[in-house]
Design a protein. Structure first.
Length: 423
């Protein structure tokens, strides 16, 4: 996997040097970068020599002078330029392993790469961390990392991850603490395995890591209709119990789904602290509602406007809250249409797993000027759903005017759209 260039920033040094999409960065000052970490480190200089392989195969050597911290403006296809470190686990709850054939190829990739955790916030298990990896992390003082802990019981973690190295989790976490490397922890709660007393044990162990531990996110296991082994879903009783256990510990938050399953209101902002694990669904609905409450709304539109929010089942309550307030604007009518997952099964309620067909079935009979969908339904920087079908395909099948909020559920974008209809 070379350092393939997918684009350059407008007005940047790279554009001035006529570096283009499809070019490959071979080296900086004679050193071949393995990833974005190397690239950023090697770029911190005033004088440098780039070796670029052009689209036509020719190799150019470019000498340049810049400010020490000035970015070159190169956009790479991947954050890792060599082989991504693969996941060596076979977790009982692995979502990748329960996917059917026919989805986007990238959805079947199981990575467990500390570099992607540092650069992009993906979760690692630490089961494949080598001494060389640790040496580099400590030397460059990388962090924070996002670590899938699940349980600190060595025997149970080996059983859940089905990897003999999994039992060393507390040794690895203590190493992070001793080297002043901060991290966020994740617990995928699997009823009958790591809930109840086992969850208490895990949280007690994590508490000993003091300031190295930045936050703990507890999320419910995802169980689709394609799963072959028996795993229980998180029901109302377990959700209530988990929320109660988590409430006894600082830095620990349950994802929004737990409160929905328990029939409880989404907590206020102070519960989530710094909202450090939003991508794990911890506080995303509260952020959505709070952002909406800061906006100035018009009293009247110059003409009638109907908007449909095509959201996930999990986000239904938040959009119902927003819809109720928006409908107080004269000439504006908003409706909420949660997309039911017939593809994955009723237990999957998040927007990131919505397929094109499920979206089509939800909105095909809706009468609206705009259908609002979050960008998380689509592959990043594309218009493809996870089943490989495009947004254009959905538009063709439904004949709807679909508006994609590029910042996921950014309600600010929707309000700006509404304001275009103000007198």
């Amino acid at each position: 996997m070379p350092a393939l260039i997918s684009g350059v920033v407008e007005g940047s040094i790279a554009e001035e040097l006529e570096i283009q999409e499809g070019d490959i960065l071979l080296s900086i000052d004679g050193e071949k970068p393995q990833d974005m970490i190397d690239y950023r480190f090697l770029s911190k200089t005033e004088l440098m020599t780039l070796e670029i392989q052009k689209n036509n195969g020719e190799i150019e050597e470019i000498e340049l002078e810049k400010d020490f911290d000035e970015d070159l403006g190169i956009i790479f296809e991947s954050a890792v330029f060599d082989r991504v470190k693969p996941c060596l686990n076979n977790c009982i709850f692995c979502f990748v392993a329960q996917q059917p054939k026919g989805l986007r190829k990238t959805l079947y990739v199981k990575d467990d790469d500390y570099r992607l955790s540092y650069l992009q916030g993906t979760y690692i298990t630490t089961t494949n961390l080598t001494p060389a990896d640790k040496e580099r992390i400590a030397r460059l003082h990388l962090g924070p990392f996002y670590i899938s802990v699940h349980t600190t019981n060595p025997d149970l973690r080996v059983k859940m991850l089905r990897n003999p190295n999994a039992g060393k989790i507390m040794d690895n976490l203590r190493w992070f603490k001793e080297n002043d490397i901060p991290f966020h922890a994740q617990i995928v709660l699997c009823p009958g395995y790591n809930d109840g007393d086992e969850l208490r044990r895990t949280l007690e162990d994590l508490k000993t890591l003091d300031s190295a531990l930045l936050s703990v996110a507890i999320v419910p296991v995802g169980v689709t209709q394609f799963r072959e082994n028996e795993l229980r879903i998180v029901d109302k009783k377990i959700a209530e119990e988990t929320i109660e256990i988590a409430s006894g510990y600082k830095k620990v938050c349950c994802s929004d789904e737990f409160f929905l399953l328990a029939g409880l209101p989404i907590p206020e902002s102070k519960y989530y602290g710094s909202f450090s694990q939003l991508d794990d669904g911890v506080g995303s609905l509260r952020t959505l509602m709070d952002d909406f409450d800061t906006l100035s709304l018009p009293e009247k539109l110059k003409e009638k406007l109907t908007i449909c929010f095509a959201c996930s089942e999990a986000a239904k309550s938040a959009f119902s809250y927003i819809s109720e307030k928006l409908n107080k604007i004269e000439n504006l009518n908003t409706v909420v249409k949660p997309v039911k997952s017939t593809y994955w099964g009723k237990n999957i309620t998040v927007a990131g797993l919505i397929t094109s067909d499920d979206l089509i079935n939800t909105i095909k009979d809706v009468e609206a000027d705009y259908v609002i969908v979050p960008s998380i339904m689509l592959k990043p920087f594309s218009n493809l759903f996870l089943d490989g079908k495009s947004l254009d395909f959905v538009i063709e099948k439904t004949n709807k005017n679909i508006y994609v909020c590029r910042d996921n559920y950014s309600i600010c974008e929707v309000v700006e759209l509404i304001k275009e209809y103000v007198q």
